[in-house]
Design a protein around this ligand. Structure first.
Ligand code: WTA
Length: 673
C-alpha cells in the first residue's frame, strides 16, 4: 500500500562493497548498462549466447521472443527458443554432474528440530532420487502433460518431486503446505491431477501439521465434484520418529502408497522426456482480484533461462558460495530460487524445514553460522519480525561468511533495510531487494549489487531484458521522474504463457487495462536517478507477510458462513506483516454479532484458505458502505481500516446510499484487539 514508502529518502545511498564488486559478474554501472542495452537491442544474441550454457537435445532455431501483447491483433502470446528441445531436470542434474560436480553438495537439509538428523545430498544422490521417483511415476501411468499435485513440507522429496515431474514431462502443481483442504481440493480439481504427493505430517516449530489428513479431506471434497484422485503418494516424514503418534490419518487401500515403498524397486537411471521449449513445465496458483486463484502456467526453455540468469547475476553466484533461501517451494520464490535457479548454477544450498523462531528467534542465524552461508534470501516480513527481538540474537552468532543478502515479496521499509544491512550484514554485505511476481517467474527489478549503489526501499533498476514503462491512468507512458502503473513492454523469457485452462482470463487480467502492455498490478515511482520504488498493488490483491491474498477470496470465505450476508475486505498497513487483513461483515436477519461469532469467522477463513490468511480485524456493520448503484466504496473502508484514521478525512461520502453506515463503522472500527 506504499505507506512504508512515505518516508523514503531517494538520496540515501550505499556503495557496492569493494571486495564483492571486484569479483562480481557485473562490476560496474558501465558494464551493467552495456549488458542491459545489448539485452534490449539484440535479445537474439544476448539470450542466445547465455542459453548455450544449457544442454539442448535439439538446438533452438530462434531465440525470439515471438510475442503479441496487442489484443486487437489476435490472441496474446509469448514464445521463446522456438524449435529447441531440452529438459529442466537434465540441466539441473545430469549436466552439472557431467561438468564434474557430482560429489558437490546440492542440498543440506536443515530439519525443523535441531536435534534431528540433518542429511545432505550431493548432485549424484539427488539425480538417483529423482530418477527413482520419475520411474515410479511412469510406472503409475503418469505421462507427458499430466498434472501432478505436490503438497509436501520442505524435505528433499519436495524439490526431488518437482524435478522428477520435469524429467518425464509431467506438469507439477505445488501447493504450499499452509493451505487448507478446501484450497488444496480446488487446486487439484482445477489442474485435474489424479496424483498427489504428500507426507504423513511435519513439525513446524512445536506444532504438528497434518498434511496427510488434510490431503484425505481434499480428496473427499474433489470426489463430491466427481473427481477421483487415483494415487496419494505419502512421504513418511514423521513415521518412525517420536512424533509419529501425533499424526492422525486414514489409509485408503488401493489409493495410498508410501513413497519409500513405491520407489525402492525403481532404477536409479531414467531417460528424460525431451520437451519443446514451449511445453509446460509447471503451474502455480496465485491470487488475483476474483475469488478463484488462477493457475499461472510456465513453460520450459524461457523459464530455465530466466531462473538461471537471475540466480547467477542477482545473487552474484560463485561456486564457493553457500546459498540459503528461506522461501517454501510452495511459492514461486521456492520454485525459481530453491529448486531451479540454484541447481542450474550447480549451487550448494540449505533447504530449511523449520520456522525462524524455533527453537529460538535466532534460528536463521544459527543456520547461517552452521553452514557458513554466504548468500541469504528472505522476506521483509521475516526481517521486521526478527528485528523486534533486538540485535543480540543475531550478533551472538558468527555471520562473517555472509556477503550478500536478498529480500523478496513486498516492499521493504527503509528502517528494516538498514537493520538488515547493519546488524545481519555487519555493514559489509550488499542487499538485493528483488521485485518480481509469480507471473514473471524471475526477478524483474533488482540491483546487481556489484555494480550499483543501493537505496534502502528501492528495488533499483530493471534486470537484463526487462523493458519497463510507467503509465498514467489513461495508459500514457510517463518519462523521467514519475509515479504510476508499472508495465512491461515485452516479455521476459521466464514470463507466464497463460492461465491454465483459461487463456481469456490471462488476457483480461494482464492485458485489458492497457492494451499492448503486460500490467503488473503494481504502483511504482521512478526517481531522478531512474531508480524504481514499488509502492504496492493497485488491484484488490493484498500482500500479507509476503503472501499474496485476494480480498475477494477472503470475502467469499466469510460469506460462506451461514450467518454472514455480505463481507468486504481491505488491507491496512501492518508493522510486521506489511499488510494486515481488515474485514467488515453484515449478518443475516436476526443474527447477532459477538466475540464468539468473530472467532468462528476467523476460523472459517483459516479453514477455507489457510491459517496465513486469517483476518486481523473483523468488524460488524448494519450495511456496507455502498454507492447508490450498489458498488462497495473501498476507498472509505481503506481509510477506516487505518489504525490512526481521521474521521474528517474519509473523502467525499455524499454518493453513499446510506451515509449512516459509516458512522456505525466508525464506532465499531475503533475496537481494535
Ligand atoms: C509484491 C513474489 C515490492 C508486488 C515474488 C508483486 C514486491 C507481488 C517485491 C508478487 C519487492 C514482490 N518490492 N513489492 N521487492 N517483490 N512484491 O506473485 O506487489 O507472490 O506484484 O511473487 O509481490 O507476489 P508473488
Amino acid at each position: 500500500m506504499g505507506d512504508f514508502n512515505q518516508n523514503i529518502d531517494v538520496s540515501e545511498i550505499y556503495e557496492p562493497p569493494k571486495e564483492l564488486s571486484a569479483n562480481a559478474h557485473v562490476k560496474s554501472m558501465a558494464e551493467y548498462e552495456a549488458m542491459y542495452k545489448a539485452s534490449i537491442e539484440d535479445p537474439e544474441s544476448f539470450w542466445g549466447e547465455m542459453a548455450k550454457e544449457f544442454y539442448w537435445q535439439t538446438p533452438f532455431e530462434k531465440v525470439g521472443p515471438e510475442f503479441n501483447f496487442d489484443r486487437t491483433k489476435g490472441p496474446v502470446s509469448v514464445k521463446w527458443f522456438l524449435g529447441g528441445k531440452t529438459n529442466l531436470s537434465y540441466n539441473c542434474l545430469d549436466r552439472i554432474i557431467q561438468q564434474g560436480h557430482g560429489s558437490r553438495v546440492a542440498i543440506y537439509h536443515e530439519c525443523n528440530d535441531v536435534e534431528d538428523q540433518h542429511a545432505s545430498f550431493t548432485y549424484d544422490d539427488l539425480l538417483k532420487k529423482v530418477c527413482r521417483l520419475a520411474n515410479a511415476l511412469k510406472a503409475e501411468g503418469v505421462k507427458k502433460g499430466d498434472r501432478v499435485s505436490i503438497y509436501l513440507p520442505m524435505v528433499v522429496e519436495l524439490p526431488a518431486a518437482m524435478l522428477a515431474c520435469a524429467r518425464i514431462g509431467a506438469v507439477h502443481s505445488v501447493v504450499f503446505g499452509g493451505f487448507s483442504s478446501e484450497s488444496l481440493a480446488g487446486r487439484i480439481l482445477d489442474a485435474q491431477s489424479s496424483m498427489v504427493i504428500t507426507a504423513d505430517g511435519v513439525m513446524r516449530g512445536a506444532k504438528p501439521v497434518q498434511l496427510k489428513a488434510i490431503t484425505d479431506k481434499a480428496c473427499e471434497i474433489t470426489q463430491k465434484d466427481g473427481f477421483q484422485v487415483r494415487r496419494v503418494i505419502c512421504v513418511g516424514r514423521l513415521k518412525g520418529t517420536s512424533f509419529e503418534p501425533q499424526t492422525k490419518y486414514d489409509w485408503v487401500e488401493g489409493r495410498d502408497v508410501w513413497y519409500k515403498e513405491l520407489v525402492q524397486s525403481q532404477s536409479e537411471t531414467c531417460d528424460c522426456e525431451w520437451m519443446d521449449s514451449e511445453d509446460p513445465l509447471f503451474m502455480l496458483y496465485t491470487s488475483g482480484s476474483t475469488g478463484k486463484p488462477k493457475g499461472v502456467l510456465h513453460t520450459t526453455g524461457g523459464y530455465m533461462l530466466g531462473s538461471f540468469a537471475t540466480t547467477k547475476y542477482t545473487f552474484d553466484y560463485h561456486p564457493e558460495d553457500v546459498y540459503f533461501c528461506t522461501a517454501d517451494c510452495g511459492w514461486i520464490t521456492g520454485h525459481s530460487y530453491v529448486t531451479y535457479g540454484p541447481m542450474l548454477n550447480a549451487a550448494t544450498q540449505v533447504l530449511f524445514e523449520g520456522v525462524p523462531t524455533f527453537p529460538e528467534v535466532d534460528r536463521f542465524w544459527k543456520v547461517c553460522e552452521k553452514y557458513k552461508v554466504s548468500i541469504f534470501y528472505t522476506a521483509p516480513t521475516a526481517i521486521r519480525s526478527l528485528m523486534k527481538s533486538g540485535d543480540q540474537p543475531v550478533t551472538r552468532n558468527d555471520l562473517s561468511s555472509l556477503r550478500l543478502l536478498g529480500t523478496v515479496g513486498e516492499p521493504i521499509n527503509p528502517e528494516a533495510w538498514r537493520w538488515y544491512h547493519r546488524v545481519v550484514g555487519g555493514s559489509r554485505c550488499a542487499i538485493a531487494d528483488t521485485y518480481w511476481q509469480t507471473e514473471t517467474g524471475s526477478h524483474l527489478i533488482t540491483p546487481l549489487v556489484g555494480a550499483m549503489t543501493c537505496k534502502p526501499g528501492s528495488a533499483s533498476l530493471p534486470f537484463f531484458g526487462v523493458e519497463t514503462a510507467i503509465l498514467d491512468e489513461n495508459g500514457k507512458e510517463l518519462s523521467g521522474e514519475c509515479s504510476g502503473r508499472l508495465v512491461l513492454k515485452r516479455p521476459v523469457p521466464s514470463m507466464m504463457r497463460t492461465v491454465h485452462g483459461d487463456h481469456q482470463r490471462f488476457e483480461e487480467t494482464y492485458f485489458s487495462q492497457f492494451n499492448g502492455y503486460y500490467f503488473t498490478g503494481d504502483g511504482c515511482k521512478r526517481d531522478k536517478d531512474g531508480f524504481y520504488w514499488l509502492t504496492g498493488r493497485m488491484d484488490d490483491v493484498i500482500n500479507v507477510s509476503g503472501h499474496r491474498i485476494g480480498t475477494a477470496e477472503v470475502e467469499s470465505a466469510l460469506v460462506a458462513h451461514a450467518k454472514v450476508a455480505e463481507a468486504a475486505v481491505v488491507g491496512f498497513p501492518h508493522e510486521v506483516k506489511g499488510e494486515g487483513i481488515w474485514c467488515c461483515v453484515t449478518l443475516n436477519e436476526g443474527e447477532a454479532y459477538d466475540d464468539s461469532l468473530k472467532a468462528e469467522l476467523k476460523k472459517q477463513v483459516r479453514e477455507v484458505i489457510g491459517a496465513f490468511a486469517a483476518p486481523d480485524e473483523i468488524h460488524w456493520a448494519p450495511g456496507l458502505p455502498k454507492t447508490r448503484s450498489g458498488k462497495i466504496m473501498r476507498r472509505v473502508l481503506r481509510k477506516l481500516a487505518l489504525p490512526d484514521y481521521d474521521t474528517q478525512d474519509l473523502g467525499d461520502t455524499s454518493t453513499l446510499a446510506d451515509p449512516a453506515v459509516v458512522d456505525v463503522l466508525t464506532e465499531t472500527a475503533q475496537r481494535y484487539e
